[in-house]
Design a protein. Structure first.
Length: 383
C-alpha cells in the first residue's frame, strides 16, 4: 500500500472545496435568472414539489451512508436560491411586511402611563413588574390569566402584564397555552428578582404554622424549604398576593402565605422567614402585551410561534435559518396543540435588533419552512 501524504490529501480537498464554491456562485447566478423569469411570468418563488424532487435526486446519487448529508446540502442550496430570488424580486412575507410597517411607524418612546391589566390583587409580582415597565400605570386586576388576555384583546385595557418564565420553576405553562388562543403582541418584557417570604398574622410563631397558601410557581420555587417543615399542608392559590389576603382575613393562627415582602405591608402581616426560595438567584420574566403591533426604540428581542410538519428534519430547517444568519436563539419551548394529537407549537425567543437586515431576511424566509408562523413582536427586555 503506497504511503499516504496528508499534506497532498488536504491540498486535494482544498481544490475540491474551491470548485464547490465556484459552482455555488454559478448556481446563484442561475437563481437570479430564475427570479427574472418568475418576475416576467408571475410564477411564485417557492415550488415545493421541485425542491422535494431535487432533494430526493441528490440522495439517490450517493451511497446510502451519505444520502442524508446529500439531502441536507441540496436543501441548503435550494434555500439559498429561494432567498436570493425573494431579495431580487423584493418579495416579503406577511410577517416581514408587518415588521417593516411597524418600524416605519415606530413611536418615539414607550408609554409612561397606560391602563394595564394584571392577574391577582395589589402586591402581586405582576403589579411589581408593571410598576417597573410603566411610571404611572392605572391597573385593573383580573382573577385569571385568561382575563388579562381578554381585557387586552377586547380593548378594555391598553396593555397586560403576564409572567412567562421563572429561572427555577421554568415556563408558566398556562400562559403559553393561552398564547395559542388569543391575538396579541409582546411590546416589552422585564426580568424581576423574586424574593419569597413566609408571611403570617401578627403574633403567629413560625413553629405554629401548619398550612401554607401560595401560587403553584412560588410553591415550586420554595419546595426545599417547605419539605423541611414536617406535617405542613400546602394549598395552591391563584396568586401570591391573593394568598396573603386570605391569610390576613383568616381567623386561624396556623396559616401562612408565600409572597413578596411588599405584601406584608399591604396586608398587615409579619415576615416569619425571608428569602425562602431554593435558588437565591431567582428571577421571573414578565411580558407586556398589547392588541396592536408596535415596535419601540431599542427592540432587540423577538418572540415567534411556529408549527412545523411532522417529518424528519422539519425543525432543523427552521433552526438552520438562525445559524445561517448568525442570530442567537435564546429560548425554544414546545407545547402540545389542543385537539391535534401529537402536534406541537414551538415558541422561539431570538436576540437580534428588529431593524437589522438579517432579521428582515429571517422573517422573510421562515414562512417557507413552517406550516404556521406567528410573529408575536419585537421588544426590549428590562433587567
Amino acid at each position: 500500500m503506497p504511503e499516504l501524504d496528508l499534506a497532498e490529501i488536504r491540498s486535494r480537498i482544498d481544490r475540491i472545496d474551491t470548485q464547490i464554491t465556484d459552482l455555488f456562485l454559478q448556481r446563484m447566478e442561475a437563481a437570479a435568472d430564475v427570479a427574472e423569469y418568475k418576475r416576467a411570468t408571475g410564477k411564485p418563488v417557492f415550488d415545493r414539489s421541485r425542491e422535494r424532487d431535487n432533494v430526493a435526486r441528490a440522495a439517490a446519487r450517493v451511497p446510502d451512508s451519505l444520502a442524508s448529508y446529500a439531502s441536507v446540502i441540496e436543501s441548503v442550496l435550494m434555500e439559498a436560491s429561494r432567498e436570493a430570488q425573494y431579495q431580487r424580486l423584493g418579495t416579503k412575507s406577511a410577517q416581514a411586511h408587518s415588521v417593516e410597517l411597524a418600524l416605519g411607524q415606530q413611536p418615539a418612546l414607550f408609554p409612561q402611563q397606560a391602563y394595564v391589566a394584571c392577574q391577582g390583587v395589589e402586591g402581586a409580582y405582576q403589579q411589581i413588574a408593571c410598576d417597573r415597565m410603566f411610571k404611572r400605570p392605572q391597573i385593573s386586576y383580573f382573577s385569571s390569566f385568561e382575563g388579562v388576555f381578554r381585557a387586552v384583546e377586547e380593548g378594555f385595557c391598553d396593555f397586560g402584564v403576564l409572567p412567562i418564565e421563572n429561572s427555577t420553576a421554568g415556563s408558566v405553562n398556562r400562559v403559553y397555552d393561552l398564547m395559542m388562543r388569543h391575538d396579541f403582541h409582546i411590546v416589552r418584557s422585564c426580568r424581576l428578582k423574586v424574593d419569597h417570604c413566609l408571611l403570617v398574622r401578627p403574633g403567629t410563631r413560625l413553629e405554629d404554622v401548619k398550612v401554607v397558601y401560595s401560587h403553584e410557581q412560588a410553591i415550586s420555587q420554595c419546595s426545599d424549604y417547605l419539605s423541611s417543615i414536617e406535617g405542613l399542608r400546602v394549598h395552591v392559590c391563584e396568586n401570591t398576593a391573593i394568598a396573603s389576603q386570605r391569610v390576613a382575613q383568616s381567623d386561624q393562627r396556623d396559616v401562612a402565605a408565600i409572597a413578596s415582602r411588599s405584601c406584608a405591608d399591604l396586608y398587615g402581616l409579619e415576615i416569619a422567614a425571608q428569602s425562602i426560595q431554593d435558588q437565591k438567584n431567582n428571577y421571573t420574566r414578565f411580558a407586556c402585551i398589547a392588541k396592536d403591533l408596535a415596535i419601540y426604540p431599542g427592540a432587540d428581542r423577538t418572540s415567534l410561534m411556529a408549527v412545523v410538519s411532522n417529518e424528519p428534519g422539519s425543525l432543523y430547517k427552521v433552526l438552520a435559518r438562525f445559524y445561517a444568519l448568525d442570530i442567537n436563539l435564546i429560548k425554544l419551548e414546545s407545547r402540545p396543540i389542543p385537539d391535534r394529537d401529537f402536534e406541537f407549537m414551538f415558541y422561539f425567543d431570538v436576540e437580534c435588533p428588529a431593524a437589522a437586515p438579517e432579521f428582515q431576511t429571517l422573517m422573510n424566509s421562515l414562512a417557507d419552512v413552517c406550516e404556521e408562523l406567528r410573529y408575536l413582536g419585537s421588544y426590549t427586555e428590562l433587567v
